[in-house]
Write a protein that binds this ligand. Structure first.
Ligand code: PFF
Length: 456
């Protein structure tokens, strides 16, 4: 086991961590999940609350996770075991590993859709599309076909497994550094087209002019969960990625960049989608299909849209890959270091389990009635997994991580770790206050409020 630990990789360059952690953070969460949740939760007020949470809770929790990781140089379970030996804290790490499997499963299904859309777009499925109703039908047909869903899912997981198998510095860093800026560029291009469509102003208002009268407890819960999901927090991803950092790196600066890039991309994705959505007469609460309906409709209104659209979906798949790599890496690092498996065996085993777990989500697009409309829940299986693991489990994970760093490991020890590479650590006192009081209390109140409104 020790051998496995000593052989851990390190990021190659100073921006290695920023690139890889941004790669983990930026993905379908920004371009698929953020817009559909914004649409379902009333628009600008949700965006506002979301950003507030990123700043006040997401940022301090990310700093906490990364400092645990760098200090212990372990996977999440090993990290808790090292800092609090023979206690129950290791279960926070185990919850993280379980969440990793669960999120990887439904996430890969959506990534599989994006993969399939590369070919749909390239072969001209959207070339003669006139209305958004048509793109809606195309997506409905595509997602309800079990063969293509499962095929795209397997292909995606296969590529993901190969990259993770190759190891940290080879696989992850290289992909993230070069391709994410191109995605940003294409998104800006989409924003321009979207804003110049007739009738786009209404969408802009929906997205930017908050109406707080419609905010409820579940708006807060969704915004909080989305902040954690988008920043890859609450399941030890940032502990794992932080564990490959060198003592010379400045954690505060690195974490600031990751939060900034991630929020920027989500914001720009919304800016591309909502003006176009209103211009095309769609309803904002379209749900998880939103991005697959609106984006092809915008491309159909651009000269050369087939090629730009194809490029967009290629980049979306790559953005998804840099995130799923991090999800699988958490699980694999745990199996290698705690169970003593080889990287190859751990990667293959974890990928197969994720595939099996993903099958119900892949079938929730239409073919199996049970998975399309779950009893009691009412929505489909994929949305169910996204809510339970993408929002609730991550929020609970973040709550425990904040309590752990604030009260068990202790802010002073954590600050000493952060001071490596940042001897002054100017925001020390503010961070202590946020991680000890603000983050845990806010997360707890939001969870309690949700329980109250769901059951009483
Ligand atoms: N942050 C990723 C996204 O926004 O697409 C999803 C994700 C990756 C969530 C890794 C959690 C995680 F640990």
């Amino acid at each position: 086991m020790n051998d496995n630990i000593n052989n851990r990789g390190l990021w190659r360059s100073k921006i290695g961590f920023i690139a890889a952690a941004s790669g983990s953070a930026i993905g379908l969460g920004n371009i698929w999940r953020f817009p559909y949740l914004t649409g379902e939760n009333g628009g600008a007020a949700f965006v506002f609350i979301y950003m507030f949470f990123v700043l006040l809770i997401g940022f301090p929790v990310m700093l906490a996770e990364v400092s645990i990781g760098r200090n212990t140089q372990r996977n999440p379970v090993g990290a808790f075991k090292k800092l609090a030996p023979k206690t129950h804290w290791k279960y926070v790490g185990i919850l993280g590993v379980i969440s990793g499997f669960a999120i990887l499963s439904f996430y890969s299904v959506v990534a599989g859709y994006a993969l399939g859309y590369i070919f749909e777009t390239l072969f001209g499925a959207f070339r003669n599309v006139q209305t958004a109703q048509q793109t809606k039908l195309i997506f409905g047909e595509f997602a309800s076909n079990p063969i293509s869903s499962l095929l795209c899912l397997s292909l995606f997981l296969f590529v993901n497994g190969i990259i993770v198998y190759k190891g940290v510095e080879e696989g992850i860093e290289r992909w993230s550094k070069t391709l994410m800026p191109i995605l940003l560029f294409l998104l800006i291009f989409l924003v321009i087209r979207s804003l110049t469509l007739k009738g786009s102003l209404e969408g802009l208002n929906f997205y930017m002019k908050p109406d707080f009268s419609k905010v409820t407890g579940s708006t807060f819960m969704n915004a909080l969960g989305q902040a954690f999901f988008s920043l890859s927090l609450g399941m030890g991803t940032m502990i794992t990625y932080g564990s490959y950092l060198s003592k010379k790196d400045n954690l505060v600066t690195s974490v600031s960049y990751v939060c900034l890039f991630d929020t920027l991309i989500a914001f720009i994705a919304g800016l591309a989608i909502f003006p176009a959505l209103f211009a095309m007469g769609l309803a904002p609460n379209e749900g998880p299909d939103l991005v697959f309906v609106v984006i092809p409709s915008i491309f159909s209104k651009i000269p050369g849209g087939t090629y730009f659209g194809t490029a967009f979906f290629i980049l979306l798949v790559i953005a998804a890959l840099t995130s799923t790599i991090s999800l699988l890496e958490v699980v694999v690092a745990y199996i290698i270091e705690e169970r003593g498996w080889s990287r190859k065996r751990a990667t293959v085993g974890a990928s197969i389990i994720s595939f099996l777990l993903a099958i119900p989500s892949a079938l929730s697009g239409g073919i199996v009635k049970f998975f399309t409309k779950l009893p009691y829940y009412g929505g489909d299986f994929l949305s169910f997994m996204s809510t339970v693991f993408g929002s609730y489990a991550l929020s609970i994970g973040c709550l425990f991580i904040a309590v752990f760093v604030g009260w068990r490991w202790g802010v002073h020890r954590a600050s000493q770790e952060i001071a490596n590479g940042n001897p002054k650590f100017k925001s020390r006192v503010l961070w202590h206050f946020l991680i000890k009081f603000v983050s845990p209390i806010a997360v707890l109140l939001i969870i309690l409020n949700l329980i109250k409104s769901s059951f009483f």
